[in-house]
Design a protein around this ligand. Structure first.
Ligand SMILES: Cc1ncc(COP(=O)(O)O)c(C=O)c1O
Length: 403
């Protein structure tokens, strides 16, 4: 769906037009210095984004997928180790696990928050894993593999319930790497510590994507890892740059996964607007909640748990007959998305793992019913009202038809 739609799913043109002069100045600076890879603009953005997240370090890389993959490697996840995550996420989360040489173990999401369910995580650890006598490490009973890490995904801009996840990680000596690719600036109230914490600052490290449509998006591919661990940040810097800390002195094989200077400069410009944009998303979400509440018997609206201040990367409702609602909205020129229609364990890419329908029932149920409505900071009130009117029209006609 393009901006030609009456209400686009996402408008990426307006913010770039609004910031055009500042963005062009960044490109001119790069042209005049010919500093295209790394350098001062990258370092400046890394400092600013670390400050924004409340961490000591940020390492810019070429995408969110690389941020995840490099972080697993920098955290010392070894070949064959198990990394636990959810089946209700974008495939980049699990691609990064496999490409780091690790094995995926899925744990289902919570039906209210769509994020990793701490109770199911506990169940997996306590019923399917045991402490290995020889190493003292947690291993999965069936595969005898070491369980190394947990990757909670802060999906749709809402944080996972981090206190119980961190508690389990501490108890079983597991690393926690947040997938914060959809949640720049979202906050979590840690009852344990009595403070609000930003995404990126809660686990041992966190990965962010700056894909253009994200809350903080580059004008191309970009990503970053945040951490308070100096050694991990240092390893990340080497992995992203062919395993070198000094030019042509390679301590290991790495990757070409650096962040472009122009993208970093553009991200610095946009970062100054992120808090305001996130606030607009929150206001729009609360307005959607209010306007859609009259359809609450037919429509599940996003529930913001008391411990999260979400940044609504997506506004996802659940409805029976989701395809029909999507078609009804498309007919009215309203763009929507489905994030994600097929649970990862049922994707062809993971057929060889032998998962079957029914393995992760919550993910499977929500995948059939979710629909993402237009959500972006510049969404106009009249556009939002148009979306709501069409949703309510659909829901009412369904109720009428079933009488
Ligand atoms: C949850 C999640 N993880 C990882 C990624 C990967 O980020 P990138 O597209 O920048 O590689 C994305 C991006 O869509 C994502 O939504």
């Amino acid at each position: 769906m393009t901006n030609q739609a009456k209400v686009p799913f996402l408008d990426l043109v307006t913010p770039h037009q609004e910031l055009e002069a500042e963005l062009l100045a960044v490109a001119q600076k790069a042209f005049s210095t010919a500093g295209f890879i790394g350098g001062p603009m990258v370092e400046e953005f890394e400092r600013e984004f670390a400050r924004f997240c409340g961490t000591r370090y940020c390492v810019g890389v070429s995408s969110g997928t690389d941020a995840l993959r490099f972080t697993f490697m920098a955290a010392g996840v070894g070949p064959g180790d198990i990394i636990i995550t959810v089946p209700h996420t974008f495939i980049a989360t699990t691609e990064a696990i496999s490409q780091a040489g690790a094995q995926i173990a899925f744990v289902d999401v919570n039906e209210a928050t769509y994020t990793l369910d701490p109770e199911r995580l506990r169940e997996y650890i306590e019923t399917r894993c045991e402490i290995d006598n020889a190493s003292g490490r947690l291993i999965e009973c069936a595969s005898r593999r070491r369980v190394a890490a947990i990757v909670p995904v802060h999906l749709y801009g809402q944080t996972a319930d981090m206190d119980p996840i961190m508690e389990l990680a501490r108890k079983y000596n597991l690393i926690v790497i947040e997938d914060a690719c959809q949640a720049h600036g979202a906050e979590y109230f840690s009852a344990r510590d009595g403070i609000w914490k930003k995404t990126g600052s809660m686990g041992h490290a966190a990965a962010f994507s700056f894909y253009p449509g994200k809350n903080l998006g580059a004008c191309g591919e970009a990503g970053a890892t945040t951490t308070n661990d100096e050694a991990m940040a240092q390893r990340m810097r080497m992995i992203r740059d062919h395993g070198q800390a000094k030019k042509y002195y390679h301590d290991m094989e790495g990757y070409n996964g650096r962040l472009d200077s122009i993208q970093a400069g553009w991200l610095s410009v946009k970062l100054r607007h992120l808090a305001k944009w996130n606030e607009s998303r929150r206001e729009l979400a609360h307005r959607y909640h209010e306007l859609l509440s009259e359809a609450k018997d037919s429509l599940v609206i996003p529930r913001e748990a008391s411990w999260t201040k979400g940044v609504y990367h997506l506004y996802v409702v659940r409805v029976q007959d989701r395809e029909a609602l999507q078609a009804h909205l498309a007919e009215a020129g309203i763009g929507t998305g489905i994030h994600y229609p097929i649970p990862l364990h049922l994707q062809k890419a993971y057929q060889h793992r032998g998962y079957k329908k029914g393995d992760f029932p919550v993910t499977e149920r929500v995948a059939k019913e979710i629909l993402s409505l237009p959500m972006f900071p510049q969404l106009q009130r009249h556009q939002q009202e148009e979306v709501v009117a069409k949703v309510l029209e659909f829901v009412t006609s369904k109720i009428g038809a079933s009488r």
